[in-house]
Ligand binder design. Structure first.
Ligand code: GDP
Length: 433
């Protein structure tokens, strides 16, 4: 069985964590391929809540390898904090592997992120200010510090010096900040290296071994398709590529190693931060989605903007990712909203009907959504476990979404708990561990 990619089909926070957790049951390896600790997965297991920012959620299974791939940027402080917390809760973390080629978030990245956003003022992107963007920028500029550099103090010091040099001017306001002192930083990061060393590995090689042995490898994306650096609503995007194609680069496997692509979308839509959102609701219904769906960021606690499901954007995501299956989460949140609406086209500010997701920023910013109205369902669906348990209107809603998007819905979320899912058709036959 080849690799299986899981991506967000919207603006992130779709509930990928839970879908990954469910599919991971029958995989041997779970790899995160991009992003940093700007992502947040929440997994509820037997009433216990686990929040992950960096470590793949598969770590809750004792027998699986959980990989932080080369495409990830990682803040060692955050990673070590997460490891300590998991150990404290008696989770076995020995299955963690960290790519030696992953890039490190340094204290100056966090400072530059905050300073950059403040400077943009009203035009700010709404980044999580965790230093992710500046870290990816250094990676592209060949000024990045990688996980492997932690293991050689001399090299580490040299690289930090080289990375700091072109930033002197922008870091001037932080000149006196002790955490920017070259020796302090080198010492601090060397100490992180000692603690992380047992987990550092050639993770691409581990993926090949698993794939060659016919095991299932899950490649887990963070954020979502519409936040993709190349294909999302630039510049209101993340600084990496959350689309399925990037799984290959960010984990070190070939495109031919990827057999399935699962997209995860909510039954409605949310977006954090600034940027276009054609189906946004600023009324009572939007408020209801926010409250019923607990739409507050895992990483920042920020209120998410809420709106109707956007099928124009979803169909775009399906094609862009080569999606083979769709998981629809949080259908339960829509109970009691009648009628339901889904966007089926946009109208440009000049009055033109747009069937496709517009590539031009100005057109997208001026576009308004046009809707198909579908009957709502009033019953709570949290106890439904099969398709037949769902109210007919909920099934009709799912059928409409699947038909429009052109991809089968295989999994439906009906509540936050792990058990609160409906498998549509057959449960995927992944190889047993
Ligand atoms: P991710 O980053 O894509 O994993 O998304 P988040 O973890 O930020 O958001 C998922 C949140 O929604 C978590 O609190 C989940 O427990 C919750 N969740 C996931 N699936 C469902 C569902 O089907 N219904 C409801 N009500 N909540 C869900």
């Amino acid at each position: 069985m080849p690799g299986l990619v899981i991506v967000g089909a919207q603006w992130g926070d779709e509930g990928k964590g839970k879908v990954t957790d469910l599919l991971a049951e029958r995989a041997q390896m779970i790899v995160r391929f991009q992003g940093g600790n700007n992502a947040g997965h929440t997994i509820i297991r037997d009433g216990e809540t686990f929040k992950f920012h960096l470590i793949p959620s598969g770590i809750l299974y004792p027998d699986k390898l959980c990989v932080i791939g080369n495409g990830v940027v990682l803040d060692p402080r955050v990673l070590l904090g997460e490891l300590d917390e998991l150990r404290r809760r008696r989770v076995d973390v020995s299955g963690l592997r960290i790519s030696a080629n992953a890039h490190l978030i340094m204290p100056y990245h966090v400072m530059l992120d905050t300073a950059g956003e403040a400077k943009l003022g009203k035009l700010s992107i709404g980044t999580t200010r965790r230093g992710i963007g500046p870290c990816y920028a250094d990676k592209a500029a060949r000024l990045g510090i990688r996980v492997q550099d932690l293991l050689d103090e001399k090299i580490l010091r040299k690289k930090i010096m080289a990375a700091l040099e072109p930033k002197r001017l922008s870091l001037r306001p932080h000149e006196k900040d002790p955490s920017l002192d070259l020796h302090t930083m080198t010492e601090e990061y060397t100490a992180y290296g000692h603690r992380l060393e047992p987990y550092i590995a050639d993770t691409a090689h581990l993926c090949w071994e698993a794939l060659d042995a016919g095991q299932t490898v899950i490649l887990e994306g963070a954020q979502g398709t519409l936040l993709d650096l190349d294909h999302g609503t630039y510049p209101f995007v993340t600084s990496s590529n959350p689309v399925a194609g990037a799984a290959s680069v960010g984990a070190g496997v070939g495109p031919g190693d990827i057999g399935e692509v699962w997209g995860v979308a909510k039954a409605y839509a949310t977006r954090v931060g600034a940027g276009p959102f054609p189906t946004e609701l600023t009324d009572e219904t939007g408020r209801l989605m926010l409250e019923r769906g607990h739409e507050f960021g895992t990483t920042t606690g920020r209120e998410r903007r809420c709106g109707w499901l956007d099928l124009v954007a979803l169909r775009y995501a399906v094609r862009l990712n080569g999606m083979t299956s769709l998981a629809i989460t949080k259908l339960d949140v829509l109970a009691g909203i009648d009628p339901l609406r889904v966007a089926v086209r946009y109208r440009s500010s000049e009055g033109a009907a747009l069937a496709e997701f517009p590539y031009h920023q100005s057109i997208l910013h001026g576009a308004s959504a046009e809707y198909e109205e579908l009957p709502g369902f009033s019953a709570e669906i949290g106890d439904c476990r099969s398709e037949a348990d769902l109210p007919p209107q909920a099934r009709e809603y799912l059928a409409f979404v699947s038909e429009f998007a052109g991809v089968p819905i295989r999994l439906v979320g009906v509540g936050p708990d792990r058990e609160q899912v409906v498998w549509m058709g057959d449960r995927p036959a992944l190889r047993a561990a």
